[in-house]
Design a protein around this ligand. Structure first.
Ligand SMILES: Cc1cc2nc3c(=O)[nH]c(=O)nc-3n(C[C@H](O)[C@H](O)[C@H](O)COP(=O)(O)O)c2cc1C
Length: 241
């Protein structure tokens, strides 16, 4: 990939739904991170369900989670961009991957770029990216990136390093297509401060079915001021009338 151009540091949070150690999914995500780090300046926090899955247990509310998991959730909410991956389990993400995202504050990921990845035993489940992962992040109004990365068991060596040239090329393509979107994002590093209060409130009292009020949505990357955007629409309507 090209040499690093942008001096600002992107705050990337990676989440793997893999439960095994070692894990093909973790290896896949690490390869994507390495490719991204080669091209631009990033700071990475990598959350592995293989390490924290047992801490989620039967928790329904965030305050029932250990502080370390609450901190991971705050990092997800503060990320400039997410790289998420999961093994395919029964044609979907792992239950614990979904359980972690069930705790994420509903408005915190609006317009956040998300690169989708998955690993499965079968090529026939490649569309898990489109019919399982993409709808989940659409719920969050996140900006799912157009190119996702899917790997199967045969793309890896027995030590779980990526061996297939096709998969390496796909990772390069996904990162190349992600870069302009990630580097354009003016929110670099700023979301951390903005999302702090939201994460603290969510730790105290997030109801899982909470109704989203539009004015609770954080200023997003592409629409920093929703009122200004709306008044432009109304002005246009008035001038047409
Ligand atoms: C409980 C379970 C269910 C699985 N279901 C599927 C499936 O529906 N489709 C598929 O392609 N692979 C399936 N697999 C295979 C895994 O997705 C695949 O081996 C994956 O790469 C494992 O990732 P990991 O090394 O990160 O755990 C399943 C594996 C397990 C353990």
């Amino acid at each position: 990939m090209s040499s690093k151009k942008n001096s600002e540091v992107l705050n990337i949070v990676a989440v793997s739904g893999g439960l095994n150690t070692p894990s093909k999914t973790e290896s896949l995500i690490q390869n994507i991170l390495d490719e991204l780090a080669d091209a631009t300046n990033i700071k990475v926090h990598f959350i592995k369900l293989s390490q924290i899955g047992h801490l989620l247990g039967g928790a329904i509310y965030r305050h029932q989670l250990p502080q370390s998991v609450q901190d991971d959730l705050a990092k997800i909410e503060a990320a400039d961009a997410l790289i998420v991956g999961t093994p395919v389990y029964r044609a979907s993400f792992t239950g614990l991957f979904k359980h972690l995202f069930d705790f994420v504050e509903q408005t915190a990921l609006v317009d956040v770029p998300v690169l989708l990845a998955a690993s499965g035993g079968s090529e026939r489940h490649a569309l898990v990216l489109e019919h399982q992962l993409r709808p989940l992040f659409s719920f969050f109004q996140a900006q799912t990136l157009p190119i996702g990365v899917y790997a199967t068991d045969k793309d890896f060596t027995p030590e779980y390093t990526v061996k297939s040239e096709e998969l390496k090329a796909r990772i390069t393509l996904a990162v190349a297509r992600a870069l302009p979107i990630l580097e354009w994002a003016p929110a670099k590093g700023l979301r951390e401060e903005q999302s702090k209060k939201k994460s603290e409130q969510a730790n105290e009292n997030l109801g899982i079915n909470k109704q989203i009020e539009q004015d609770e949505v954080l200023p997003s990357i592409s629409v920093p001021d929703l009122n200004a955007a709306e008044s432009r629409i109304h002005k246009k309507k008035k001038s047409v009338a």
